[in-house]
Design a protein around this ligand. Structure first.
Ligand SMILES: [Zn+2]
Length: 322
């Protein structure tokens, strides 16, 4: 009897999802705004510093999202439409997708280059796939397609019920992806071998994109310097201070090349250090913020004596990567 009751409840919750409240819809829209803000700052850092990244990846300058990544799909549909499973959440101003007229809300149907194509409208994956599984598969296939061909990519998309096409040449930028970690609370940021994650509270903590660029560049530095892999290889006691000071040192060069204000690094770390003591990001391995600020000041000094290369400053730490 008990089992039967549970079945009934499960059946009803699957067929009758709760209606979306205005609050839910607004929360989804706010998250999308943070996503695009992060992607825009990230793209600028990746694109400006591309000449100094030995490994480059094709970058469309857009954020895609999948209905499946949302826990509350009714609210996601109400906020974004989702007539098709995958659509553009936003395009980075000045990026390749934006330059070719693609917009937030465009549903991606199919992407092709020569005889090869990726069909976004029929990408059946079993339900047990992780919420981001399908999008990760599609983005992987898209990157492979763009890497194999130097030709532009033909994008078939749908807007307001009409099918359209655009030809986009992705930019070759420094590698790395960006996401708002909506499940995490508190002021936090982190990176693995490819993904930079920032919490919604941390996004709100940064009043300007100059300050945001400092945190994004710090995390992106972990990706570009292959820190995850290097930490796994190094003896434990030598690990974290080393990679943290490298990420701090590299970050201000990335920030300056992207046209953000490197002094924002001093402002941000001083403010954050005074309010939160042991500095980013509640990890005891992060050393004292005063030392950190001093080191960043030294890097900014070094920049003054660095010869420009096409208007950019080669970051010393990226020159040493084999
Ligand atoms: Zn770090």
């Amino acid at each position: 009897m008990k089992g039967f009751l549970i079945f009934i409840i499960a059946f009803f919750s699957a067929t009758n999802p709760p209606p979306a409240t205005l609050e839910d819809i607004n929360a989804h829209l706010a998250l999308a705004n943070q996503d695009l803000r992060l992607a825009t700052v990230g793209y600028r850092l990746q694109a400006a510093n591309a000449p100094f990244c030995k490994v480059k990846s094709p970058n469309f300058g857009w954020v895609l999202h999948d209905i499946r990544q949302y826990g509350n799909r009714t609210a996601a549909k109400a906020a974004f439409g989702f007539e098709y499973p995958v659509q553009i959440l936003g395009v980075v101003p000045g990026g390749p997708a934006s330059e070719r007229g693609l917009q937030s809300g465009d549903a991606i149907l199919r992407i092709s280059s020569g005889p090869n194509n990726v069909d976004f409208s029929k990408q059946p994956l079993p339900d047990e796939q992780k919420t981001f599984g399908r999008l990760a598969v599609l983005i992987g296939a898209l990157e492979a397609l763009a890497s194999q061909n130097s030709q532009p990519i033909l994008i078939r998309y749908e807007r307001n019920g009409l099918e359209k096409e655009a030809t986009v040449q992705p930019a070759l930028t420094c590698p790395g992806q960006f996401q708002i970690d909506a499940r995490a609370s508190g002021l936090d940021a982190g990176a693995n071998d490819i993904m930079v994650s920032i919490t919604p509270a941390m996004m709100d903590y940064m009043p300007t994109d100059d300050e945001l660029s400092v945190v994004v560049a710090h995390e992106l530095s972990h990706v570009l310097l292959d820190h995850k892999h290097r930490e796994e290889m190094a003896p434990k006691q030598l690990r974290t201070k080393d990679v943290e000071s490298e990420a701090d040192r590299l970050s201000v060069w990335l920030v300056a090349n992207a046209g953000y204000d490197p002094q924002a690094a001093i402002r941000f770390w001083t403010r954050f250090g005074k309010q939160h003591g042991l500095g980013i990001f509640s990890d005891s391995s992060h050393y004292r913020w005063k030392r950190r600020v001093k080191m960043i000041e030294e890097e900014i000094q070094k920049m003054k004596f660095t010869p420009r290369l096409n208007g950019l400053m080669p970051p010393p730490l990226l020159q040493t990567i084999p």
